[in-house]
Design a protein around this ligand. Sequence first.
Ligand code: FES
Length: 85
Amino acid sequence: MTWVFTSKTRFYLHEDETLLDGLLRTGHDINYQCREGYCGSCRVTLTASSLPVTYDEPPLAMLEPKEILPCCCKVKGMLHLKEVH
Ligand code: FES
C-alpha cells in the first residue's frame, strides 16, 4: 500500500492508480495535460519518500532534483509532497 501525504490531507493509492489520479480523486488542485511524462505540467515536489520514485521509461520533461511527475511515476511506501493542496 502506498500512502501519500500532502499539505491538504493523506490518502492511499488504489491498486494500479497513478499518483495523479489519486491526487485528483482526493480533490487536489493539480495541473496536467499529456499524462505521458513530456509536458511537465503535473510536476510536484517530493519532500520525503520511504522508497525511491521510479519510471517505466525516463520522462522527457525536464525535472529539478526532488521534482516528480505524478502522471507516470511509480511510487511505493510512503511519500510526502510539498505544497500540494
Ligand atoms: S501531465 Fe504531462 S508530464 Fe504529467
